[in-house]
Design a protein around this ligand. Structure first.
Ligand code: ADP
Length: 500
């Protein structure tokens, strides 16, 4: 039997943030069947800020049963009406956007002003966008002849198992919940163990409007909770965002039962700077594309900076000046530009990459380096934006996804060669091209093997655009109408003989 929410141990509250009531199964806030819990850490202070249930197979079972019960009714709701509920959720999120933003900043270490507030607002926008798409779940008629009526229906798939990461947890969660539910599916979602609070708050808001069991949210660890979810025989669709490594595990689980799978995975995205844009706006764009103000914990980080040899040194000088002017500090403080790395494991990993760069004789440290061991920044998992200059695209720092603020600048002179280097990666998520010559920029954009190429900007995704990876960066698209139709519906053909 599940423990009740009241058995969760109260934690000292951080003003203006959400305190969890348990996890959401069948419209109720419950503890784990085992009664176990785990602490959620504030990475800026290395202190526990809340406790959440540590769920496992029995809880997955309960959540799937609740979802199954809800499906029959939910799929029969007129799509436009489902959409209206999502629109109400969007409004309710907007009304509590500051609390959501503070909660995200507290548990992820992403700075409130530069990151968390934007994520909270985007979450409302995502519900609003998909809330308007209910009527687009339409099929087609097929001209098979005068005596035949053949048409297609877009039907929901059933219970969706969703597993999300910690780097933009609420937005990435909304990107699964809103389209899946709009299309008539029900969901069991596992929040990331490092950042479950914002997701639980979003679930709490959703629960005000949704029938019980339509959305169920579990908190727990990867193998312990994510494993049984990915392998549950009643889960009919898997939607995963996270590392390529775990993405392969999810895909194997899906293969066992021939379940459709959407994967949003890692990246090692190239930024190609042509010699005509040795300018301040490009430097701002590179800082944005590298996601330095979210500690580069982003799969779209433009972490390979291909700078033309004519501007290599002067551009790096400008980049140093601007980047080192950014304020690193407590994510909840308004003045902070850059927050912290999520946890001790990632922090150690990032430091190891920096040390590797320092140890390599061919690489030159342009700025940054290992984080301070004393002073206020040593209280949390703070790292420094770091840039290494090198000639090669073939070393570890230029090939592996670091998920931290370590940028490799690589000199180029020949256009065909830089495109070859940009494509020499098993990833293919995002890319950035910088030039005043729009013809050249678009030729490069078309030649790059990535699911998303931005020319002269380094922004984030916007609802409406189809977002997803080439190569080992993933399968399927999110953020868009097409993504919703392809990922969360299945097409049925109905063929009627009109001659009888
Ligand atoms: P990150 O490196 O960003 O933490 P992961 O891919 O490790 O990304 O984690 C993303 C999500 O996948 C998290 O919710 C995590 O708990 C979950 N996860 C990790 N390992 C497994 C696994 N073996 N099976 C199912 N889910 C997993």
């Amino acid at each position: 039997m599940s423990t009740t929410a009241t058995q969760l141990k109260p934690q000292p509250t951080v003003p203006g943030t959400y305190q969890p009531k348990g996890m959401l199964i069948g419209g109720k806030w419950v503890g784990a069947a085992s009664g176990q819990r785990f602490a959620v850490e504030n990475p800026a202070k290395r202190t526990a800020v809340a406790e959440v249930p540590r769920s496992a197979a029995a809880d997955v079972e309960a959540a799937v049963a609740a979802a199954e019960k809800a499906f029959a009714t939910w799929k029969a709701v007129v799509p436009r009406e489902r959409g209206k509920l999502l629109l109400k959720i969007a409004e309710a999120i907007e009304a509590r956007v500051e609390e959501l933003a503070r909660t995200i900043a507290l548990e992820t270490g992403n700075a409130l002003r530069t990151q968390a507030r934007g994520e909270a607002k985007m979450t409302a926008d995502i519900f609003r966008y998909f809330g308007g798409l209910g009527s687009e779940l339409k099929g087609e008629t097929v001209p098979l002849g005068e005596h035949v009526l053949s048409y297609t229906r877009r039907e929901p798939i059933g219970i969706v198992g969703a597993i999300i990461p910690w780097n933009a947890p609420v937005m990435l969660g909304a990107l699964k919940i809103a389209p899946a539910l709009c299309a008539g599916n029900v969901m069991v979602m596992k929040a990331a163990e490092d950042a479950p609070l914002g997701v639980l708050m979003m679930a709490d808001i959703c629960q005000e409007f949704l029938p019980a069991g339509v959305l169920n949210v579990l908190t727990g660890f990867g193998q312990e909770c994510g494993g049984p979810l990915a392998n549950h025989p009643k889960i009919r669709k898997l939607s995963f965002t996270g590392s390529t490594e775990v993405g392969k595990v999810i895909m194997r689980a899906a293969a066992e039962r021939i379940v459709p799978v959407s994967l949003e995975l890692g990246g090692k995205s190239p930024s190609i700077v042509y010699p005509d844009v040795d300018e301040e706006w490009t430097v701002d764009g590179i800082i944005a594309a590298m996601r330095f103000t979210r500690q580069s914990q982003s799969c779209t980080a433009g972490s390979r900076l291909f700078l033309h040899e004519d501007i290599f040194d002067s551009f790096l000088n400008k980049l140093e000046k601007k980047t080192t002017g950014l304020k690193i500090g407590d994510p909840l403080e308004e003045a902070t530009d850059i927050g912290t790395i999520i946890n001790s494991k990632q922090y150690t990993k990032v430091c190891k990459y920096v040390q590797d760069g320092l140890d390599r004789s061919d690489a030159k440290l342009v700025f940054g380096g290992l984080p301070p061991k004393t002073g206020p920044l040593s209280e949390g998992y703070f790292t420094l934006p770091t840039v290494f200059a090198d000639r090669s695209n073939d070393w570890r720092l230029a090939r592996e996804e670091i998920f931290g603020p370590v940028l490799v600048a690589i000199r180029w002179s020949d256009e065909a060669e830089v495109i070859r280097m940009a494509n020499d990666s098993h990833y293919g998520l995002a890319a950035y091209v910088w030039t005043h010559d729009i013809g050249r920029g678009l030729r490069a954009a078309h030649a790059i093997e990535s699911g998303w190429v931005q020319v002269n900007q380094g922004g984030g995704q916007t609802p409406g655009m189809s977002y997803g990876g080439y190569k080992q960066s993933g399968i399927g698209r999110e953020f868009s109408l097409e993504g919703m139709l392809d990922s969360f519906t299945q097409r049925k053909s109905v063929t009627v003989n009109l001659a009888v």
